[in-house]
Design a protein around this ligand. Structure first.
Ligand SMILES: [Zn+2]
Ligand SMILES: [Zn+2]
Length: 174
């Protein structure tokens, strides 16, 4: 794999994903994703409420609390309370709703954040053959990575990457 040319395209499409993510109106999380076939951009999507209903900036986030297992030096694993917003349809799910199956066969999804389990499960059944992400999401990493391996979908992180200026939202606490 020619890593030099590979990196250029990775940066190009990841930059687009980050630009797209700035469209999100959820103050808690801005996620962007793009569908790429060969070197052709076939779709873009971000996380948001369904069309025609108030979004997070208008109606506030719809927050649920849950406990998450996190690694702990002493006991091995401990529980940490986490909040997340469930008002939005995730970027990857919107991407699947607005692209065609035939276009997705063998394609690559670039996404600003590592997909959650639900999105990963849907992507695994969507015809795509590669997922490239930048920001990590440790909660679901292991089961998502295992799923992608089972499905033969390449799953990789661009780690030495810097997002374009002003595209990384500050996550607010409210
Ligand atoms: Zn929200
Ligand atoms: Zn998701």
């Amino acid at each position: 794999m020619p890593s030099s040319s590979r990196k250029d395209w990775d940066t190009y499409f990841m930059d687009i994903a980050f630009m797209v993510s700035t469209r999100s109106r959820c103050p808690r999380r801005h996620v962007g994703s793009v569908l790429v076939q060969g070197k052709k951009l076939l779709g873009t999507a971000y996380n948001g409420a369904p069309m025609g209903v108030p979004d997070c900036s208008e109606a506030g986030c719809m927050v649920v609390e849950e406990y998450e297992q996190v690694p702990d030096a002493e006991s091995g694993i401990s529980l940490k309370k986490k909040q997340r917003c469930i008002r939005t349809i995730h970027a990857e799910q919107n991407l699947l709703m607005f692209t065609d199956r035939v276009d997705r066969e063998g394609s690559t999804v670039y996404v600003t954040d590592q997909p959650c389990w639900t999105c990963a499960n849907m992507l695994a059944n969507s015809g795509i053959s590669e997922i490239v992400y930048h920001r990590i999401y440790p909660k679901d990493y292991e089961k998502v990575a295992a799923l992608m391996q089972q499905r033969g979908i390449r799953f990789r992180r661009i780690d030495d990457y810097v997002a374009p200026p002003d595209t990384e939202a500050q996550v607010s606490g409210s």
